[in-house]
Write a protein that binds this ligand. Structure first.
Ligand SMILES: *[C@@H]1O[C@H](CO)[C@@H](O)[C@H](O)[C@H]1NC(C)=O
Ligand SMILES: *[C@@H]1O[C@H](CO)[C@@H](O)[C@H](O)[C@H]1NC(C)=O
Ligand SMILES: *[C@@H]1O[C@H](CO)[C@@H](O)[C@H](O)[C@H]1NC(C)=O
Ligand SMILES: *[C@@H]1O[C@H](CO)[C@@H](O)[C@H](O)[C@H]1NC(C)=O
Length: 480
């Protein structure tokens, strides 16, 4: 029964595909297989992710007119309006946790891509292992990639196929109206990547050794619009868990992301060059930024997020290598940050231009957080960065109802603004932070920061200057 239905779906899919191979990825794929030519076509953008490169030629026959699966006899009219399910097990996925199921996922994707509102299903009670894969569009709208079982990459650098990019694992590329969801788990198998001797303190005797250190981001969305990511459990990523670049319209909700506190560079959600993003009702614990917002982001709304352990919610770093960065209209509300190295952070490098403007942090609870509120315009990884005269301009930043406890190893409030480009219009209202343990740190730090306190801040800050800065950037917001 189950098998018959699966075969039927495959047959429909194959028929559709051979009748209407408008999908570029699919077409390329078939050409590639027919000519058995390698390497596969590169994705057509200089910034594009590295192309998928299966180490072995696929074992299945390749002629689309001669599908590898026996086409069933009955002719059923296809109904692209209904939710067609493309179950990867019907495409040969084994799901025993060790068999390489990559080809089955690619075939299921390729078929589903042709059908409106199709579902690529990785069913419950299976553990699928696939290698680095780019799931490309354009596809028909409404495509759903649903993981109800476990989906994971090869276990660690030694098992990573040499021909695959080690900078990314799952990539979703050039899609519109796509949903990534499921009741299952994306298991990153990150442990061996975190232990590479090049990672901080992972060499012999706690040293850090030089050498290439690339580790894959687990899930990447690239040049795609109107995305929904919902409900999944995503854990133990080798590097960033989830990354969005060049996207517009992203809704993330009810996610659970977790990696250990000491896993290096495992940012939870990173966005850059991405606009109109909502991140809601999610729980993130990891070894780096909980959420990081890079250059080119605007209209980002974050609400109901719990972070910890983590490095907090971060805007930046911005302006590296004298680049221009524009970030605007970011709201973070009703969030909880606990056991974190930073709370709410804006970090920019010396040099650089652009601006960070219209940032609102409201109703944030802190528990045992270092640097609860920090603007750092001297961000530098080597401690050897020269001071420069240009800087990303930080303005219109408000902190309202920020309460809780801080880790006394660093002051809870720290505004280190550029010497030449002051931070302006910082509003503080009901910011009340107490030591988690030990003595009050009574010296909040401010340098070249202007703004107002609507209520008395705890600990008191007397360094936030009233009035206009002497040397503020032009109101053109520094080129943005
Ligand atoms: C690590 O430290 C121990 C004790 O200090 C020393 O004997 C050993 O040689 C060190 N190993 C390396 C690889 O540096
Ligand atoms: C700010 O972003 C929100 C979405 O988070 C959007 O609804 C709103 O219109 C934006 N405001 C401005 C002034 O662009
Ligand atoms: C850069 O400027 C800051 C603020 O004036 C100062 O504290 C710091 O020592 C300077 N750093 C260098 C490397 O000159
Ligand atoms: C200061 O920033 C707030 C947002 O925090 C904004 O509403 C207000 O217009 C800004 N004031 C000035 C004088 O730019």
């Amino acid at each position: 029964m189950e098998l018959t239905r699966g075969l039927l779906i495959i047959w429909i899919a194959v028929t559709l595909l051979s009748q209407n191979s408008s999908n570029v990825e699919g077409r390329n794929h078939f050409h590639k297989k027919q000519k058995n030519k390698r390497p596969p076509p590169k994705v057509p953008s200089p910034q594009a992710p590295v192309s998928p490169s299966p180490a072995e030629p696929p074992p299945v026959p390749s002629d689309p007119n001669n599908p590898p699966y026996p086409p069933p006899a009955p002719s059923v009219p296809s109904d692209p309006g209904s939710n067609c399910i493309f179950d990867v097990t019907a495409y040969g996925a084994v799901g025993d946790g060790s068999t390489d199921d990559t080809e089955a996922f690619r075939e299921a994707w390729k078929a589903a891509c042709q059908v409106e509102s199709a579902v690529v299903l990785a069913p419950a009670d299976y553990t699928f292992m696939i290698t680095s894969t780019i799931f490309s569009g354009p596809c028909k709208p409404g495509l759903v990639f649903q993981v109800d079982g476990v989906l994971m990459p090869p276990n660690g650098p030694d098992c990573w196929p040499k021909s695959d990019s080690n900078k990314q694992w799952l990539v979703f590329y050039r899609l519109d109206e796509m949903t990534f969801t499921g009741s299952g788990t994306i298991e990153g198998n990150g442990e061996q990547w975190w232990e590479l001797p090049c990672k901080p303190h992972r060499g012999p005797n706690g040293s850090t050794l030089p050498g290439p250190c690339d580790s894959p981001a687990l899930i990447r969305f690239f040049l795609s619009n109107n995305l929904v990511v919902r409900q999944l459990k995503i854990q133990n990523s080798p590097q960033f868990h989830m990354k969005f670049d060049g996207c517009e319209g992203v809704l993330i909700e009810k996610l659970s992301i977790s990696s250990p506190k000491l896993s290096p560079n495992t940012d939870g959600i990173h966005i850059e060059n991405t606009k109109y993003v909502g991140i809601y009702d999610s729980v993130i614990g990891n070894g780096d930024d909980c959420i990081s917002i890079g250059p080119g982001c605007s209209n980002v709304d974050i609400e109901g997020v719990t972070c910890g352990p983590s490095h907090g919610i971060s805007i930046g770093s911005l302006g590296v290598h004298n680049s221009q960065a524009c970030v605007s209209n970011i709201t973070v509300r009703n969030a909880m940050i606990r056991d974190s190295d930073n709370g709410l952070r804006i970090k920019t490098w010396q040099g650089g231009t652009g601006s960070v403007t219209g940032i609102s942090f409201e109703n944030i609870e802190m528990e045992n957080v270092r640097n609860c509120v920090i603007i750092d315009q001297y961000y530098c990884l080597t401690k050897a960065c020269r001071n420069q005269t240009s800087a990303v301009y930080v303005t219109d930043v408000s902190y309202r109802n920020i309460k809780g406890t801080y880790d006394v190893r660093s002051p809870p409030i720290h505004f280190a603004c550029s010497d030449t480009v002051a931070c302006t219009n910082i509003t503080m209202s009901e910011v009340e932070l107490l030591p988690h343990e030990g003595e009050l740190v009574d010296d909040p730090f401010c340098w070249n920061a202007y703004g107002t306190q609507e209520t008395l801040t705890i600990p008191p800050i007397d360094c936030l200057q009233d009035g206009e800065a002497q040397s503020t950037a032009e109101s053109s917001a520094y080129g943005c």
